[in-house]
Design a protein around this ligand. Structure first.
Ligand SMILES: [Zn+2]
Length: 289
């Protein structure tokens, strides 16, 4: 291995550390990740950054066993710069530490953290993020840049681009849930009623919220923490409680709108048409998502 290549890898790694967690001074290889304030997710970002800069992939077991920057440097020293060609092929998903079942489709650039799972028959788009333990069940369709928080559960739902399902939220599918059939037979997948949830573009489902089967959450809507949603949610609506009721409107940036229907943060303005809200000056708004 050429020393110049090793030096390049070392430089790339140390630069990546400061990218993930900006440091006031120079980073030495003997600094522990804990001292640098890098948690496990930061470390995943770190090795991804190194991978982009050098083409070297750090295996999961190496990352899991690394405690110091030097541990990764030692590994990089042993492998050297990678060949230009990605063995997984162009556009392959970075599944990282999650599980993609046979028959599932995961778009390019999407990431699965520890124990996240995409079940057979599910499809997720590009650049999605699935947090630790997140689950996407059969029949689910996720657009691009969708974010699922830790332990979010999606059963068969259709989720548009840029939507966010916060930690521990669940999108339910079966309106008549029973473990067995009336004659006592264990239900198989085909025995369940499928009445999935639909989530519009840029909508956010708050942490721990439960969305009942068949509900449609409109684009840019915001479901509050712990809400139990049993009815459809209008675009831009803010809903909270059990059962969830509308208690306001939210801007596309996520901030609650003032009574004037103008956002106090980004100054976007809105107008009411009957029960619906529309963004002023955006002709694409009314039919978006
Ligand atoms: Zn705003």
């Amino acid at each position: 291995m050429l020393s110049a290549d090793t030096a390049t890898l070392r430089t790339a790694l140390l630069a990546a550390v400061t990218t993930v967690r900006p440091q006031p001074g120079l980073i030495a290889g003997d600094r522990s990740f804990a001292d640098l304030g890098l948690d496990s997710l930061d470390r995943l970002v770190l090795v991804h950054t190194v991978e982009q800069a050098t083409g070297v992939t750090v295996p999961d077991h190496v990352l899991a066993g690394a405690r110091h920057v030097d541990d990764l440097l030692s590994y990089l020293d042993t492998v050297g710069p990678a060949a230009d060609e990605d063995p997984a092929g162009p556009g392959a998903a970075e599944t990282q530490l999650g599980v993609v079942d046979d028959g599932a489709v995961v778009g390019a650039g999407s990431r699965l953290w520890h124990q996240a799972q995409v079940a057979a028959g599910a499809r997720i788009g590009a650049d999605c993020t699935l947090g630790k333990g997140a689950y996407v069940g059969a029949g689910s369709q996720l657009g691009d840049r969708v974010k699922l928080g830790n332990y979010a559960c999606v059963f068969g739902a259709t989720i548009a681009d840029d939507a966010m399902i916060s930690p521990h939220a669940a999108l339910l599918e079966d309106p008549a849930p029973r473990a067995t059939t009336p004659d006592g037979r264990r239900k198989e997948h085909t025995d369940f009623d499928q009445c999935p949830v639909t989530v519009g573009r840029r909508a956010t489902i708050g942490a721990g919220a439960m969305i009942a089967p068949g509900v449609t959450v409109g684009h840019d809507a915001l479901v509050a923490i712990g809400a139990v949603v049993v009815r459809d949610v209008l675009p831009y609506a803010l809903v909270a409680g059990n059962p969830a009721r509308q208690c306001g409107w939210v801007c596309t940036c996520g901030r609650t709108l003032a009574d004037t229907l103008r956002c106090p943060r980004c100054s976007r303005g809105y107008i009411r048409h009957g029960d619906e809200l529309h963004l002023l000056g955006d002709p694409a708004d009314a039919c978006d998502g």
